[in-house]
Design a protein around this ligand. Structure first.
Ligand SMILES: NC(=O)c1ccc[n+]([C@@H]2O[C@H](COP(=O)([O-])OP(=O)(O)OC[C@H]3O[C@@H](n4cnc5c(N)ncnc54)[C@H](O)[C@@H]3O)[C@@H](O)[C@H]2O)c1
Length: 273
């Protein structure tokens, strides 16, 4: 059990990648707090984890309401007797707040909203969790970046800018919190099967999705939330105690080269099935 006796708080964990991280963490022995605004799937996931013999708590919280966010972190720490890991998983793509995201259609209010959720809320959650993390023998913060932390692709300019910010925030927080023995690392998923990425597929179309997102995957499939959960849980565990301030890709090899699978004669598995 990689995370035996550990207490882990995950934002945006009712669905998608966050839920995948929650499932893997619970399976690895951690007590899991699911922070989200989607109460029904959040509570359903708690029941699923408990039924499988794990420990879980759901807390309703909009991460941009900082009073709520502080209360959520305090409540999790009180309920489970501390916090070892904070996973700043929340992150919105441009198309969640605008149907046709572009510099021609969006204004600064859109940018501020994405920035608030994707970067500022991470820093605020880290701020509120630090007093608890300081008490842990194996404390760390994990933050959700993206392949968009490294390169551009169509339809998400504001998202990409903020994800670059998350990668840099990771390194600066790792420096700042080193004296408190809190490690800070970043995980950067490629195309992962979630509601968020399927929304992008609907908007951009299958061809664009294939070419820009899954086409370069050297592992010829779309990623699953548990693929990200496996990396995050390793980084949270004491097996990663010498790993700090690092930005990791979990993208099936997509950013290792410039090409798409057809060049190698490999047929990608259908990601729609
Ligand atoms: N899915 C991918 O392919 C992919 C790729 C790269 C990076 N990422 C990053 O991984 C993270 C998770 O992505 P996903 O695709 O699972 O997300 P998603 O869009 O599927 O949403 C996950 C959850 O976020 C919750 N949420 C939304 N706004 C919230 C708020 N204000 N407060 C609390 N919870 C809120 C939703 O209720 C939902 O349960 C994000 O940071 C995303 O940018 C995802």
């Amino acid at each position: 059990m990689l995370l035996q006796n550990m207490k882990i708080v995950i934002t945006a964990a009712a669905a998608g990648i966050g839920a995948g991280i929650a499932r893997v963490a619970a399976r690895d022995g951690a007590a899991v707090t699911i922070v989200d605004i989607a109460d029904e799937p959040g509570n359903r996931l708690v029941k699923e984890i408990q039924k499988a013999g794990g420990e879980a708590l759901y807390i309703h919280c909009d991460v941009t309401d900082y009073a709520q966010l502080e209360q959520a972190i305090d409540r999790s720490a009180t309920h489970f007797g501390g916090i070892d890991t904070l996973v700043n998983n929340v992150g919105l793509f441009d198309n969640v707040i605008h149907p046709a995201p572009s510099i021609k259609t969006m204004d600064e209010t859109h940018f501020r909203r994405i920035l608030e959720i994707n970067v500022v809320s991470h820093w605020m959650a880290a701020k509120f969790a630090t007093p608890y993390l300081r008490e842990s023998a194996n404390a760390s913060i994990l933050q959700a970046g993206s392949i968009a932390s490294f390169l551009g692709y169509p339809g998400g300019p504001l998202y990409g800018a903020t994800k670059g910010g998350v990668a840099q925030l990771t390194k600066h927080l790792a420096v700042e919190l080193a004296a408190d023995r809190i490690r800070v690392n970043c995980y950067c998923p490629g195309a992962i099967r979630t509601e968020g990425s399927m929304r992008f597929l609907e908007q951009a179309g299958e061809k664009a999705f294939l070419q820009t997102l899954t086409g370069p995957n050297l592992v010829p499939r779309i990623g699953e939330p548990e693929d990200v959960g496996n990396l995050v849980c390793f980084l949270a565990s004491d097996r990663a105690s010498f790993i700090n301030g690092v930005v990791y890709l979990v993208d099936g090899g997509a950013l290792a080269w410039r090409g798409t699978l057809d060049l190698l004669g490999i047929a990608p598995e259908s990601f729609l099935s």
